[in-house]
Design a protein around this ligand. Structure first.
Ligand SMILES: [Zn+2]
Length: 397
C-alpha cells in the first residue's frame, strides 16, 4: 500500500505540472496570437504603400524576437515534463519488485503431467467465461490429452450462463437476472438471499431515473413486485417510495441521491454471482483464479522473506518441498480445509507431523508428543493424566 501511495504522489506531481504547463502555454500562445493580430492590423492599415517602412521592420523584428523567446520557454517546459514523466517509471521500479524468480518454482512445470494440468486449468477457466472457442483452440494446440470429466464440463457451462447474466447486470440489463431469480426464488429464499429484492430495487430505480413522466410506471412496478418483500425489507421499501416525492425536482439532488449510486449495481452483480453459484452448487471462482488470487495474496510475504533470507544457505528452502517455508494467512474466501495448529509447538500440522489425539481427549502434534513423552509415559500438557504415548490416535481431517 505504501508503494502505491508513493507512485500516486509522483503521479499527482505530474498531473499538477501538466495542468500548470497547459495553462501557461495557453496564455503564451494567446499572447503571441494577439501580438500578431495587432501587427497584421497595423500593417494592413497602411495599404497604400506596398513598401514596408523602416519603423515597421523594427516592429516586426521585435515581434519575431518576442515570439522566439516565448517558443523557447514552451519548449523548455515541455522538456521538463519529460523528466517528470520518466521519474514515475523510476518510482515504480523502486517501489515494486519485478523479479519474482526467487519465489517461483519453475521446476514444477518441467514435468509434462504438471504442464498438462496447468493448461487444463486455463482451458477450464475459458469455458467458464463462455469462451468455448478459445478453450477448444487451447486444448488442441497444447495437446491436452486428458479429457474433462462430464461434471467439470457441465459445471463450467452452467457457470458460463451465470457469467453471461452477471455481465448483463454490469451493463445495466436486469431482465436475464430477474428471470433467473424468479425461477430460483424458493431456493434463494431458503438461503435467506437478498438477491431478488436487490434486483427489483434496481429495476425500480431504473424506472425512477426516467424522470417525472415515469411516476405511475414506478408505482405500478412497486405494487406488482414489492409485495412479497414487505416483511423483510420494510425500511428499504419505505425509502424507495419516499424518493417518489423528489421525482419532479430530480433524485440526484435529493436526500435520496444514494439510490442513484453506481455502487448499488456493483453490489447486486456481486451478490448475484455469489448466491447464484451457491444455489447451483458451483464455485464462483475457477480453480485458476483461486490459484492466482491466493498467489497474489501470498506474494508480498514471500518477497519479504526472500529479502530477509538472501543468503546462499537458505535459498534452497523454496525448492523440493510441497509446502511454503512460512505460514501465510489467506482471507476466509480461500480457506477450504480444516486446519489444526499444534498448541504446544504452535505450528500447523502436516502429513509429516500429524495431529494426535491423546487418550484423555486432548490433541497435540506428533512431534510435540514425541518431545513430551518420557519413555513409556506421557503426561498430558493440559490435564495431568498420565498415559502411554502409544495410545495416541492419528486424526485425519
Ligand atoms: Zn489431557
Amino acid at each position: 500500500m505504501e508503494s502505491c501511495s508513493a507512485v500516486e504522489r509522483e503521479l499527482d506531481r505530474v498531473i499538477a505540472k501538466f495542468t500548470d504547463i497547459r495553462e501557461d502555454s495557453e496564455n503564451v500562445i494567446s499572447d503571441v496570437t494577439n501580438l500578431f493580430d495587432s501587427l497584421k492590423d497595423t500593417l494592413t492599415d497602411d495599404e497604400a504603400s506596398s513598401q514596408i517602412s523602416e519603423n515597421q521592420v523594427t516592429i516586426l523584428n521585435e515581434a519575431f524576437a518576442k515570439m522566439r523567446e516565448k517558443l523557447h520557454r514552451i519548449t523548455t517546459e515541455h522538456r521538463e515534463i519529460h523528466g517528470t514523466v520518466s521519474k514515475v517509471g523510476k518510482v515504480i521500479d523502486r517501489n515494486f519488485v519485478s523479479d519474482f524468480q526467487a519465489t517461483a518454482r519453475s521446476d514444477a512445470l518441467v514435468e509434462d503431467r504438471n504442464m498438462q494440468m496447468l493448461n487444463k486449468l486455463v482451458a477450464e477457466h475459458y469455458i467458464r467465461q463462455g469462451m468455448d472457442d478459445v478453450a477448444e483452440a487451447l486444448i488442441r494446440e497444447a495437446e491436452i490429452r486428458t479429457e474433462f470429466s462430464p461434471k467439470v464440463r457441465e459445471q463450467s457451462q452452467q457457470f458460463a450462463e451465470v457469467y453471461h447474466i452477471w455481465e448483463c447486470i454490469t451493463n445495466h440489463n436486469l431482465s436475464p437476472a430477474l428471470e433467473w431469480s424468479a425461477k430460483y426464488s424458493e431456493e434463494l429464499d431458503a438461503k435467506n438471499s437478498p438477491l431478488e429484492f436487490k434486483l427489483h430495487r434496481l429495476a425500480f430505480i431504473q424506472i425512477l431515473s426516467l424522470g417525472v413522466g415515469a411516476q405511475s410506471e414506478a408505482i405500478t412496478y412497486a405494487r406488482t413486485n414489492f409485495g412479497k418483500f414487505v416483511n423483510r425489507y420494510e425500511k428499504e421499501i419505505q425509502n424507495l417510495m419516499g424518493s417518489l416525492i423528489y421525482l419532479p425536482t430530480g433524485i440526484h439532488n435529493s436526500p435520496y441521491k444514494h439510490l442513484m449510486s453506481p455502487e448499488l449495481w456493483t453490489e447486486a452483480a456481486y451478490i448475484f454471482l455469489k448466491d447464484c453459484c451457491n444455489v447451483l452448487g458451483i464455485s464462483k471462482d475457477s480453480p485458476l483464479s483461486v490459484v492466482v488470487n491466493a498467489g497474489c495474496t501470498a506474494l508480498p510475504a514471500l518477497l519479504n522473506l526472500k529479502q530477509v533470507m538472501q543468503s546462499r544457505q537458505v535459498l534452497g528452502i523454496w525448492s523440493g518441498r510441497d509446502e511454503l517455508p512460512i505460514e501465510i494467512d489467506l482471507d476466509p474466501d480461500h480457506r477450504y480445509h480444516s486446519v489444526f495448529a499444534c498448541p504446544i509447538l504452535r505450528q500447523q500440522t502436516s502429513e509429516d507431523n500429524p495431529p494426535m489425539k491423546l487418550s484423555c481427549g486432548h490433541v497435540i502434534s506428533r512431534d510435540a508428543l514425541n518431545k513430551l513423552s518420557n519413555g513409556l509415559l506421557l503426561k498430558c500438557p493440559y490435564c495431568p493424566i498420565e498415559q502411554s504415548p502409544e495410545d495416541a490416535k492419528y486424526i485425519y481431517f
